[in-house]
Design a protein around this ligand. Structure first.
Ligand SMILES: Nc1nc2c(c(=O)[nH]1)N[C@H]1C(S)=C(S)[C@@H](COP(=O)(O)OP(=O)(O)OC[C@H]3O[C@@H](n4cnc5c(N)ncnc54)[C@H](O)[C@@H]3O)O[C@H]1N2
Ligand code: MOO
Length: 408
């Protein structure tokens, strides 16, 4: 699909287009050992290799008894063994938590709720609820436990181990590169004399990783010439699925991004978005050598706008490339104060949430060239076109990909 640069795409539609473009390019599977699966995405459903539990399992330390008591002790069953059947009424075996309950046992009695008389006979009353776990209580053999597309987290890894897997079949992790454009950028020292510090090179890779990418290279500042841009983009495309660029999205005298895309025979998935800040953001598809498309995400140069482009276009694209589901609907929170709209554009207003995560208060320092507001916010209140938010209104909230413990 081509996008006409004079008609910005609506913000919600842009997110959806980015996701669908990624989904269509999602391909391949990998087998990884369980501990390496964290953060990856299941490429096929995870099924139970056994019933869970796989055998009747004692939940207590005590006695497995058969028939009426008192019971004569005929053996001991520890976790890890396969016990012989309990064949005689009036007999019992000592049993440990986690041990397989012998066939023929009718009940289990807790050790602290039993007595042993002088002749070694065991008495006690079993609890009314059986104290063992039956095969299949947690899962049946072959049952689908998680569908394809499930993000793998430590608990998913634990479930896979418990039902017999050594490996997970996952999607390849999307590879992203970052190219920073702008001859005015300094990579060290204090800004001044017309030059500013590059604040995107150091932060964008971390946002990319938090959005599910592995970062292959970070290069910049790339010289402000068409040839340098083309060289850098071509090189980055060799080792990545998504090349993110910063700056040069407009049509200023040294903005070479659009001419580079023309040279690369790219087609726009999205070319400018009706959102403020961040309007000139773009996403383009570039034909890959193997027939599978690669992507270029043009993040605007204004630093807050670049991060907005990342959460608006790059995050859904990466979700699609990883084969994950995408939730277009956002959680609703309550606006603490009025928030202005931006006319026909969507306004993404940086806001901090209360500790319960229910009420959003706009933060200060939110100019598109600023980052201080971003560093104090949990995410963005989404003010749809034509909407004016009043205090107390329910508003959609787009969270930043922060880790637990950040912004407490
Ligand atoms: N005639 C118009 N000019 C501009 C418009 C417009 O509609 N008409 N839109 C403005 C908006 S909105 C944005 S956003 C910027 C986007 O411009 P570019 O993507 O082409 O970015 P640059 O011109 O290269 O840089 C813009 C600004 O950001 C600073 N910058 C760039 N990279 C970095 C970095 N890595 N770290 C820190 N700061 C960076 C750069 O120095 C400029 O100040 O265009 C507006 N112009
Ligand atoms: O769209 Mo610009 O990103 O408003 O600063």
């Amino acid at each position: 699909m081509s996008a006409d640069e004079n008609t910005p795409v609506g913000w919600e539609q842009a997110r959806e287009l980015a996701y669908q473009a990624g989904r269509a390019a999602c391909a391949g599977t990998e087998q990884v050992p369980l501990p390496d699966g964290d953060g990856r995405t299941l490429a096929e459903p995870l099924r139970a290799r056994t019933a869970l539990p796989a055998f009747p399992t004692s939940s207590i330390d005590g006695w497995a008894v058969r028939g009426d008591g008192p019971w004569r002790r005929v053996g001991q069953v520890l976790a890890g063994g396969t016990p012989p059947p309990l064949t005689g009424d009036g007999t019992c075996v000592e049993i440990a938590t986690g041990a397989m309950v012998p066939e023929g046992a009718a009940a289990l009695i807790r050790v602290e709720e039993s007595t042993i008389d002088a002749e070694g006979l065991v008495t006690g009353v079993p609890r009314p609820n059986p104290e063992w776990r039956l095969p299949g209580e947690e899962a049946t053999l072959g049952e689908e436990l998680f569908p394809a597309g499930t993000p793998v987290d430590p608990a998913v890894i634990g479930v896979a181990a418990t039902c017999g897997h050594e490996f997970l079949t996952v999607r390849p992790q999307p590879r992203a590169a970052l190219l920073v454009f702008g001859d005015e950028l300094l990579t060290e020292g204090s800004p001044g004399g017309g030059r500013v510090r590059d604040s995107l090179g150091p932060q964008v890779p971390s946002w990319l990783r938090r959005s599910g990418a592995t970062v292959t290279s970070v290069i910049g500042p790339v010289k402000d010439t068409l040839d340098a841009h083309l060289d850098a983009i071509r090189t980055a495309l060799e080792t990545s699925d998504v090349v993110c660029t910063t700056g040069g999205t407009m049509h200023g005298p040294v903005d070479h991004l659009h001419p580079s895309l023309t040279e690369l025979r790219a087609d726009y998935v999205v070319n400018t978005v009706g959102v403020r800040p961040g309007f000139p953001m773009l996403l383009a598809r570039v034909p890959g050598p193997d027939g599978r498309p690669r992507f270029l995400a043009g993040l605007p140069g204004n630093p807050q706008s670049a991060v907005i482009a990342l959460v608006s276009l790059v995050a859904p694209l990466l979700a699609g490339l990883a084969g994950r589901p995408f939730r277009a609907d956002l959680p609703l929170v309550e606006a603490a104060t009025p928030i202005p709209g931006r006319g026909r554009d969507t306004h993404l207003a940086l806001a901090a949430l209360d500790p319960a995560g229910r009420v959003a208060t706009p933060v200060g320092h939110v100019g598109s060239a600023m980052l201080r507001g971003l560093a104090n916010a949990h995410g963005f209140v989404v003010v749809r076109p034509g909407v004016k938010v009043a205090a107390g209104d329910a508003v959609p909230f787009l969270p930043l990909p922060l880790l637990p413990g950040e912004r407490t």
